[in-house]
Design a protein around this ligand. Structure first.
Ligand SMILES: [Zn+2]
Length: 336
């Protein structure tokens, strides 16, 4: 099996996810045109809700596919923006299909072609990223509740301002990444103040914290420091802090045989390669739970992704698709 996702974020570009799906279809078309019949059938998967920006967790479609989340629980997930139910939204856009979840059978192997979404390959002038694994992801939604008050009449010392608390958490998350150093990243990507008015001290702040690391131990340390930070901020400003886990996935190591295969095929086709972890979550990490899995990265121009300007040079797209073709050909042999 190959494939990727066909959802994107609101400000996303054309390549994130779609490349892996379209390249998979291109592989099928190429084999058909060449009259090649493989020993094992090749399937192209179109996963939904890989981003998880509206319906958490991320990789939800592939997670349900491999049996990591019950279908009914997934269909009942509510949207972060308007509270719509995922099952209703899938029906509304014509995507509520009849296929069984989890799948009736899992693939012999899975390989996903994806854009790197980062700057490393372009900076090094390398064409193919051989992905060895995916870093762990921890998403937390935080509610800080204080007391709404008049912005003109309430002295500073008498405020319980969750907006101020949220700002300190934003700065604090950045400090946690600096303390842990290296590969630790942390982001507050969503922040809503209620009532969100110019002359009102907010009543509450709701925001998300995204923490990622390739090492589970370090990721747990980052989570512990976030808990301490929230307790400190809540205490300092007399706020109630409540947290909810939106997604938690441990780091994933891909199958060494599949990783070797991607590297061997890419080098045989004359491409420069580099072994690397993935900074982003991908459907492949869900498939890795049920079959030997790996990924192929191609460079992102300027390292841009989740951005309308996201782009990849045509020769790199072609290189990635050809590596995908040959990896699938090798793994579809009866003896492989
Ligand atoms: Zn993607």
């Amino acid at each position: 099996m190959t494939g990727s996702h066909i959802d994107t974020v609101r400000t996303g570009g054309r390549f994130d996810g779609n490349l892996g799906v379209l390249a998979g279809l291109e592989v099928i078309e190429t084999l058909e045109r060449a009259g090649i019949v493989t020993d094992r059938p090749i399937t192209v998967a179109f996963f939904t809700d890989e981003e998880g920006a509206r319906f958490a967790p991320d990789m939800l479609g592939s997670l349900v596919h491999v049996g990591g989340m019950a279908l009914e629980a997934a269909l009942d997930v509510r949207a972060a923006d308007d509270g719509a139910r995922l099952g209703d939204e899938l029906a509304r856009i014509g995507y509520a299909g009849p296929a069984p979840c989890p799948a009736a059978a899992f693939p012999h192997a899975f390989v996903e072609l994806h854009i790197e979404q980062g700057p490393v390959l372009e900076a090094e002038g390398t064409t193919i990223g051989v992905v060895e694994g995916v870093q762990g992801i921890s998403w937390t939604e935080v509610d800080l509740v204080g007391r709404s008050a008049h912005a003109g009449t309430t002295p500073m010392a008498l405020r319980r301002d969750p907006g101020l608390g949220a700002a300190e958490v934003v700065v604090g998350v950045h400090a946690i990444t600096a303390e842990l150093g290296g590969a630790q990243v942390g982001t507050v990507g969503r922040l809503d103040l209620v009532p969100n008015l110019v002359n009102v001290v907010p009543a509450s702040a709701r925001f998300t914290v995204d923490l990622r690391h390739t090492d589970e131990q370090v990721l747990q340390q980052a989570e512990e420091r976030l808990r301490e930070l929230l307790a400190r901020v809540a205490d300092r400003h007399e706020l109630d802090a409540r947290t909810r886990s939106l997604a938690r996935f441990e780091p994933v190591e891909f199958d060494p045989g599949m990783v070797d295969l991607v590297e061997r095929v890419a080098q045989r086709l004359g491409h420069t390669t580099r072994r690397m972890p993935s900074g982003a979550g991908h459907d492949a990490q869900m498939l890795a739970r049920v079959c030997p899995t790996s990924m192929i990265f191609v460079p992102s121009i300027g390292g841009l992704s989740h951005n309308l300007a996201e782009d990849t040079a045509v020769p790199d797209l072609e290189a990635g698709a050809n590596v995908l073709l040959h990896v699938l050909l090798e793994r579809s042999r009866a003896s492989a």
